[in-house]
Write a protein that binds this ligand. Sequence first.
Ligand SMILES: [Fe+2]
Ligand SMILES: [Fe+2]
Length: 303
Amino acid sequence: MTTRRIAEWVSVTDDVSIIARESGEVWFHNRNETKGQVDPFAVPMQGSGSLGSTVGLLDGAINLAFTTIERELARPKPTLAAYIVALVGAYHTSVDTAQNLRRAAGRFEEIGRPEVAAYLEMRAREETGHDRLAIKDLRALGVPGERLVANFIPEGIKPLCKRFDELCAEEYPIGSIGYSYCLERIAALKVKSDIDSVQAICPAGVDATRFLRSHSSLGSEAAHVDETIEFVASLPADDRIRVVRETYQSALLLAEGYNHELLKSEMQLQREIEQALGQSLEYPDPQGYSIAQERAAVAARAD
Ligand SMILES: [Fe+2]
Ligand SMILES: [Fe+2]
């Protein structure tokens, strides 16, 4: 193997490095397999980045993390209770984003990195108000959104929120870019059919997919991802290494958190929502649909 044509590499665990070429080719290099030989990837990369190799490293980190989570990623049929919990999670992962990004921007300003500060400030502006989209969606579903989010943070989402808070408060908060990339890249994978399948479980005539549309390939998320790739590719090698490592760590937390929530039964999700609200959920909609009816249907199927 020659390193001459290789553009970038980052070790993301004790054993595994991700290697990416400018052409977009990506592979995972296991250090254990080169024991006794000279490992050209044991030395941190020092060269400049390119768009193709940077996106290869970032997406390689997400793919590696998702395959590291042993259990198959849960992909249950969408249900209203799961969607309500997802909206609550969406609220909590966006309510502090702008403030956190500004905090990180302030730190980069202090340490003489105005270009990083400017990028983070721009991202903070772009993310402002996204928590309100989730609240509007909850309200559209007849759920008192403010009360629900005030009393309820889904367990699987807590570690993600904590991670972002901590990353943005670090002395050198470059990891915040890896976290944001991870969340936005995964959101940008959602396509129209994903939104249609959620729309199909919402009561007729109700628009409760504002957050989802905005955080999908149909909304601004794809542009946010492109901006981030371009910016990360322009960073010095040390920064790119840190960003890719954090993308990997955030993707692990995200995959674990998603599974934690998605593997819960409809009944369990329903109970969590109702406990937080202190009331049962009913949807006054033209089709007469109610989550209580869905609960009864689920219970009937289980019999
Ligand atoms: Fe957002
Ligand atoms: Fe975004």
